[in-house]
Design a binder for this molecule. Structure first.
Ligand SMILES: C[S@@+](CC[C@H](N)C(=O)[O-])C[C@H]1O[C@@H](n2cnc3c(N)ncnc32)[C@H](O)[C@@H]1O
Ligand SMILES: Nc1nc2[nH]cc(C(=O)O)c2c(=O)[nH]1
Ligand code: SF4
Ligand SMILES: [Mg+2]
Length: 216
């Protein structure tokens, strides 16, 4: 595909917004979010169900022009499930080529091996409380870089014990950063903190800080 054709490639988006990064190691940093539409999962606790339908198709030129309006070179591709759209790969490469620090939030249910190596991956592992545990693509673990992140959203103590056992079984903290994130409003962050301390897990407690602020 020629470069000019590529910039005419289309991607279906729900929204582009500028906010404080609320999740992962970049938490607290100004970031532009590019939220792609549609998802192949239906996590019980999903806070972005509005992305499952609708959305509009935009060219890469349009997307990059909109993102370029904001005073940051940190961009996160999220969704819905961004890896559902094959054009997300050249889009992420275009951002990296343009000097952006690129992050992707993905569910862990689709192959991450084709992602541009410059992109910082935040990959979920879905615990039983999500009802999507069976969709975890465990082969993805081989493709995580030390600077990438695995995030496990914790609904209850059963999810915590599942996550603890997976960390130990796959030595996840030796592969990349590991974040345990409580389901906002349903899992008490203090209880999760105490379980992590009691078990001495080398993981990071991640709160969705944007939900404690009045930002999107
Ligand atoms: C909306 S999803 C979009 C990207 C991708 N589909 C995924 O699941 O990673 C982005 C992240 O939001 C987090 N999330 C969604 N709903 C949440 C909730 N109710 N509580 C805590 N984290 C949540 C999950 O960690 C998820 O990885
Ligand atoms: N502020 C803010 N930070 C985020 N980090 C990941 C998000 C997501 O929905 O993927 C998100 C989000 O929706 N808002
Ligand atoms: S995979 Fe992500 S977008 Fe899809 S339902 Fe789960 S949390 Fe929501
Ligand atoms: Mg969100």
């Amino acid at each position: 595909m020629s470069a000019s054709q590529e910039t005419q490639s289309l991607v279906r988006l729900t929204e582009i917004f500028y906010s404080i990064q609320g999740e992962g190691r970049a938490s607290g940093r100004p970031c532009v979010f590019v939220r792609l539409s549609r998802c192949n999962l239906r996590c019980t606790w999903c806070d972005t169900t509005y992305s499952f339908k609708g959305g509009e198709k935009f060219t890469f030129d349009d997307v990059m022009a909109e993102v370029g309006k904001y005073p940051t070179k940190l961009v996160e591709i999220t969704g819905g499930e961004p890896l559902l759209q094959p054009t997300v790969h050249p889009l992420m490469t275009a951002f990296a080529d343009a000097g952006y620090e690129v992050m992707i939030e993905t569910s862990g249910s689709l192959d991450i091996s084709k992602i541009d190596p410059r992109v910082h991956i935040i990959m979920d592992l879905k615990a039983p409380g999500s009802s999507e545990e069976k969709r975890n693509l465990w082969a993805n673990l081989e493709h995580l870089k030390p600077t990438d992140e695995v995030k496990i959203v914790i609904l209850d103590q059963a999810d915590y014990e599942w996550a603890r056992d997976k960390v130990r079984e796959h030595k996840l903290e030796e592969r990349c950063h590991v974040i345990f994130s409580p389901v906002h409003g349903q899992m008490d962050g203090n209880a999760l903190a105490n379980w992590i301390l009691e078990d001495g897990l080398n993981v990071r407690l991640g709160l969705q800080i944007h939900k404690f602020l009045s930002v999107e």
